[in-house]
Ligand binder design. Structure first.
Ligand code: FAD
Ligand code: NAI
Length: 480
């Protein structure tokens, strides 16, 4: 006999596990199915999805370690701290620290499931069909055994995986996607990266800080096209100063690898044939949604042209009782977006009316300096014919940033020319990932630039740069 639940969630990434917890909090009997895409050394599925296992959390751990290493060798002297000999990096110890954080956090979700009485079902979930208002899902465990569960509501939260390029065989040793690039056992002398997106910049930075010569090959002629133009320009300048090399507008040709390393043939922006030789290559050209294992035909759930699960604004698929959230649906592939959709769907199931303002979802790139933004870019607003005013203030004029030896970058605020409503905030600078939260709150409350300008900010703090940027919108900065 099949087990019955109010809600079954397929996938225990940040979208799925948060949806399951919220559903259980709301009094719904809830199960969450997780396959062994990310398994522990014993082969047991590890919860947390891409984010905890091979994404947000391990990448930030390596970014922190490599940042400290670079600080020790390049910035301590400026503070009067002398190292008797250069700092060295023990890559195995760095990786062990990262793995320890991943272990702790993935086990933490198992605890949260027990605490909230979410039933964890281990194995891959696939649809069987629908009958009497219930959807049946089959779970296949790693030993091949199967069971079927039924639920009034099923939430698909199966996430995404790295997109690979045709004719480039990723072995995750020499040619790596995010999984291999987070697990290199030594610092490559020469590292090639295909794709100057978020992963290329973050993981390229990790290995550059540890000593690799990094060359990033990007197909688009513009650098960081999704970011505000002023931020993208500043970022490229700063990253190049740090030693990252970018080739934009390239077309990748044959990629050959052997024991000695990898050779990438490509055409540069002028069409001239070039080759890049490196010890390791990272392929970071975007991600594709995980739908193949779900047997969607059994229930008739539709996909978009690009292979994502089609949903309406409430994350409802075309089939009653089946919802989808996170990376598997269109929209930004971000953990906090997946989480918010998980909460919202659970609340909709019990009849609540939550709202997600997708314009207020922040983006962060955890390079040094960090890049963060929320809302619209100047370019997008101008293209839409919106009349705007902008204010920009540099970290260079902020005492706290100078004290931290982190004075690169600026905060740029964009407001409506007539109403002064904040339409976008773009930061490149130290602590941008935390500073952006103030802008998110302001935009959620439809604040004006003047609101931020009039709010008392602590001194000395980086947040004063946000206030000065707001003052700059009205051309009345106080400290510059
Ligand atoms: P996922 O996290 O992909 O989880 C889906 C889960 O479903 C997986 O555990 C998978 O095993 C399981 N699954 C799949 N199919 C089945 C099935 N048939 N049955 C059962 N289980 C199944 N985002 C940020 O916001 N901030 C960051 O700093 C950040 N850094 C990143 C760094 C890297 C290197 C990468 C690759 C991604 C990063 N992301 C970041 C993106 C973030 O990881 C994803 O947006 C997020 O994990 C998506 O959550 P999800 O729940 O939709 O899917
Ligand atoms: P991405 O979409 O950020 O960047 C991919 C880059 O590869 C683009 O610039 C694209 O133009 C380029 N590209 C595509 N095909 C190419 C080709 N054939 N040759 C050369 N360049 C090519 O994707 P990425 O970096 O793989 O990351 C995937 C997703 O993971 C991100 O979009 C983001 O949603 C998420 N992520 C988020 C992070 C964060 O929030 N800090 C960190 C890392 C990943």
């Amino acid at each position: 006999m099949s087990q019955n639940f109010d809600v079954v969630v397929i996938g225990a990434g940040p979208g799925g596990y948060i949806a399951a917890i919220r559903a259980a909090q709301l009094g719904l009997s809830t199960a969450c199915i997780e396959g062994e895409a990310y398994a522990d050394p014993k082969g047991e599925p590890r919860l947390g999805g891409t984010c905890l296992n091979v994404g947000c959390i391990p990448s930030k751990a390596l970014l922190a370690s490599s940042h400290m290493f670079e600080d020790a060798n390049s910035h301590f002297a400026g503070h009067g701290i002398e190292l008797k000999s250069p700092a060295t990096i023990d890559v195995a110890a760095m990786q062990a620290r990262k793995n320890g954080i991943v272990d702790k956090m993935t086990k933490g979700i198992e605890f949260l499931f027990r605490k909230n009485k979410v039933t964890l079902l281990k194995g891959f979930g696939a649809f069987v069909g629908q009958a009497d208002g219930l959807t049946q899902v089959q779970i296949t465990a790693k030993d091949g055994s199967t069971q079927i569960v039924s639920a009034k509501n099923v939430i698909i939260a199966t996430g995404s995986q790295a997109r690979h390029l045709p004719n480039i065989a990723v072995d995750n040793v020499t040619i790596a996607d995010n999984e291999g690039a987070l697990a290199f056992t030594e610092v490559p002398k020469k590292l090639g990266v295909i794709g100057a997106g978020v992963i290329g910049l973050e993981l390229g930075s990790v290995w550059r800080r540890l000593g690799a010569q990094v060359t990033v090959l990007e197909a688009m002629p513009a650098f960081l096209g999704a970011a505000d133009g002023a931020v993208a320009k500043e970022a490229k300048k700063l990253f190049e100063k740090q030693g990252l090399k970018f080739e934009l507008g390239v077309s990748i040709g044959d990629v050959k690898s052997d024991k000695k390393g990898v050779t990438v043939a490509y055409k540069d922006a002028s069409g001239a044939a070039q080759t890049l030789s490196c010890d390791k290559l990272i392929v970071s050209v975007g991600r594709t949604p995980n739908t193949a294992s779900l047997n969607l035909d059994a229930v008739g759930v539709k996909l978009t042209e690009r292979g994502f699960i089609e949903v309406n604004h409430d994350c409802m698929t075309n089939v009653a009782g089946i919802w989808a959230i996170g990376d598997v649906i269109p929209g930004p592939m971000l953990a906090h977006k997946a989480e918010d959709e998980g909460v919202a769907v659970a609340e909709r199931i019990v009849g609540q009316k939550p709202h997600i303002d997708y314009n207020c979802i922040p983006w962060v790139i955890y390079t040094s300096p960090e890049i963060a933004w929320v809302g619209q870019t100047e370019e997008a607003l101008k293209a839409a014919g919106r009349e705007i005013k902008t204010g920009q203030f540099p970290f260079m004029a902020n005492g706290r940033a100078l004290g931290m030896d982190a004075a690169d970058g600026f905060v740029k605020m964009i407001a409506d020319a007539q109403t002064d409503e904040i339409l976008g905030v773009h930061i490149i600078g130290v602590g941008a990932s935390d500073l952006i939260a103030e802008a998110v709150v302001a935009m959620e409350f439809k604040a004006a630039a003047e609101d931020i300008a009039r709010i008392c900010h602590p001194h000395p703090s980086l947040s004063e740069v946000m206030r000065e940027a707001a003052l700059a919108v009205d051309k009345r900065t106080l400290n510059m």
